[in-house]
Design a protein around this ligand. Sequence first.
Ligand code: ZN
Length: 196
Amino acid sequence: MNHRHLLPNEIDLLLDGEVGFGVAPLQAHVDACEDCQARLARSRKVVDVLEDLPHFAPTPRFADRIMAQVQIVEPWHVAALDTARRFVPRSAPMRTLMTATASAVALALTSGGVWLALHADVAFYSFNLAADRARSALMDTAASVIGTAFGQGGLDALRSSGLRGLALGAGVMVVAVGGAAFGFHALASSSRRSRE
Ligand SMILES: [Zn+2]
């Protein structure tokens, strides 16, 4: 006879009714050992009780109810793809048209970018030229406005102080106009009050 007691997994084998090469010595030990007989009987009782338990099944809507409360975090690339997919038209002709348009725009942008990269100095020069022209046009307009409003003195002040002086003058003008508007408003409301 085997001189050691059974291990839990060996008891499981006997409980499951396994038959085989290794089971016979285990059974022989149990037959000769009261201790292991008692353990096997206790385990069999537990198994029987478990077998008698009613089997539960979730209601059909159980999974839906749980999933309704689960917040699923969508990865950004999936969300972006979904958004992009929403913009794709369903009909084939529209899809073709959209693809053609997108290709044309992409081609224009790419060639524009390439041209800009190859002619960066020219582009920079034209930008500076445009900015210069805009500045001188602004100064001319300001000069004519100030010449009309303030005469030669204002014009001289503008020439000597340049664009910064113009900005300062515009600020002063805004404050003056705002103050006048506020004064008129106060006057109007006080006269309305006195009429009431
Ligand atoms: Zn034993």
